[in-house]
Design a protein around this ligand. Structure first.
Ligand SMILES: Nc1ncnc2c1ncn2[C@@H]1O[C@H](COP(=O)(O)OP(=O)(O)OP(=O)(O)O)[C@@H](O)[C@H]1O
Length: 225
């Protein structure tokens, strides 16, 4: 469980709070999509959950023991950067003190990435790169996975594989999933709850409530579901 009570955050002392009075309980087994406009504070909120930033005021308790983070695709990764998929995963294996070297093959196979072991990480497509980073996340047997915009730069086919996979991790393996989402359709279809960040505040609601409250009449809810 993660519990936020009256959490405030500002990057600079004395400047207005970017996030104000956040109160939220994230329970084991939740699948929450964090949505909101550019600059509303979604990534900042995730950094607070990850413990990379500390609340200026209020309390944040994270009881998850194995949190994995899947970053956004690295647009700037040079295709010739001399590190292979196997080497990326092997570094992580060592960090986690996992003795079994074969686990790399297991997780790559699980993600449909068998055969890419010796590819340079920078030569992979967005979807392939995402799968490698999810494989890396799974190596640590996480109880919580936080993903930053998992569908950015990924084609429709890869998205249609990714979300059912995340859903199965959540529903069949009980892994709690938190994603930052710009893909409202994916958020509404897949998550159990949405956390809407706007004007410094956060509001937790069901996908149905989200459609009622935030999807404008101009856009039309049918565009998303
Ligand atoms: N390290 C930092 N120092 C100062 N200000 C920052 C820092 N990181 C982010 N900000 C500011 O905080 C605000 C929120 O940024 P954040 O990245 O959390 O938004 P976001 O909702 O994730 O945006 P996006 O959807 O564009 O990714 C922005 O105005 C940003 O400029």
């Amino acid at each position: 469980m993660i519990l936020l009570e009256h959490v405030y955050y500002a990057y600079e002392t004395g400047s207005p709070y970017l996030l104000r009075d956040l109160n939220l309980m994230i329970k084991n087994g939740d699948y929450i999509s964090i949505v909101g406009e550019n600059g509303s504070g979604k990534s900042t909120f995730v950094k607070l959950l990850l413990g990379l930033l500390k609340p200026v005021k209020g309390s944040l308790r994270n009881d998850f023991t194995r949190t994995a983070y899947v970053p956004q695709r690295f647009e700037s990764l040079n295709s010739q950067f001399p590190i292979t998929v196997r080497e990326v995963l092997n570094c992580y294996r060592k960090v986690l003190h996992i003795k079994d070297k074969d686990c790399i093959n297991h997780y790559l196979e699980l993600m449909g990435m068998k055969g890419y072991e010796e590819s340079l990480i920078g030569t992979l497509s967005g979807g392939q790169c995402q799968k490698v980073f999810i494989a890396r996340a799974l190596m640590g047997h996480p109880d919580l996975i936080i993903l930053d915009e998992p569908s950015t730069g990924i084609d429709v086919k890869s998205q249609s594989e990714l979300y059912p996979f995340l859903k199965s991790l959540n529903q069949e393996h009980g892994i709690t999933i938190i994603t930052v989402e710009h893909n409202l359709r994916a958020a509404i279809r897949n998550s159990k709850q949405m956390y809407h960040v706007a004007g410094g505040s956060g509001h937790l609601c069901s996908p149905e409530e989200y459609i009622r409250e935030y999807v404008s009449e101009n856009t039309g809810s049918e565009a998303y579901v």
